[in-house]
Design a protein around this ligand. Structure first.
Ligand SMILES: O=C(O)CCC(=O)C(=O)O
Length: 240
């Protein structure tokens, strides 16, 4: 049953069969292991992140392009039903990513996902993301947290820093609720929910899939989204 938390997130425990999630993790892990070399050079789909002097391979975006079982999960009625229930209308699956977050990966400062999805002409709180943890997730291994503050609009980067602190995930100007998720649980949140994560300082990886949905009535968004996204990444690389 949908009981949208006022802060814009909700956990559904034991929502997916653990065998299905284990198979997804197996597929993601095998693909990444076989394509490890791709994480080491510029590629619009794959991003490493800096950890001191070395790079850690962190994200594959979209994973559904490469890993058929991820694509199937994104289009599954199980996830679409949740997205529809949250939006109160028909939903489309438009983006996904795999975050590997191996030990030593930096965190992500507090942000609202819809900030990165402007230009899609969708009300920010109508975006719904469903996170599927591929291994157990908690504070210890760099799990997601949500801020205790409800925002009813998008803040730009400067406003976010003013309100939540510098782009340093572990500086705290607000209370954080850390997600404690087991394999089979899912976490649902909207495009305005303020969230982030800490470094993974543990010895345990924290892989997760993020599936994002928008109202179906706005017409197919996937292509526009990925064209904009990859253009932006290329531009950022050119500036380095
Ligand atoms: O997986 C994480 O550690 C945070 C990722 C995140 O918040 C995002 O990509 O929007």
């Amino acid at each position: 049953m949908v009981q949208k938390n006022p802060l814009g997130w909700q956990i559904f425990q034991k929502f997916l069969p653990t065998t299905e999630v284990e198979r997804l993790w197996h597929d993601c892990h095998s693909w990444c292991s076989m394509n490890r070399a791709l994480f080491e050079k510029p590629n619009p789909y794959i991003q490493g992140r800096q950890n001191g002097s070395h790079w850690v391979w962190d994200r594959l975006d979209p994973a559904s392009l490469y890993i058929p079982s991820v694509n199937t999960m994104g289009h599954s009625e199980a996830l679409l039903d949740i997205a529809r229930a949250w939006m109160g209308e028909n939903a489309q699956f438009f983006k996904d990513k795999l975050i590997l977050k191996p030990p030593g990966t930096p965190g992500y400062g507090a942000h609202q996902d819809a900030t990165y999805w402007h230009g899609l002409a969708v009300d920010p709180n109508q975006f719904v993301t469903i996170l599927v943890p591929l291994q157990q997730m908690s504070r210890n291994n760099g799990g997601l947290y949500f801020a205790d503050q409800k925002l009813d609009r998008l803040l730009d980067e400067t406003q976010l820093v003013q309100r939540f602190g510098q782009d340093e995930p572990e500086v705290t100007r607000f209370n954080k609720t850390y997600m404690d998720l087991q394999v089979g649980d899912i976490l649902v949140f909207d495009g305005l929910a303020v969230h982030g994560s800490d470094w993974n300082r543990s010895k345990i990886a924290r892989p997760s899939l993020f599936f994002s949905f928008a109202p179906a009535r706005v017409g197919p968004l996937r292509e526009t989204y990925y064209q904009n996204f990859h253009r932006q990444i290329q531009a950022e690389r050119l500036q380095i």
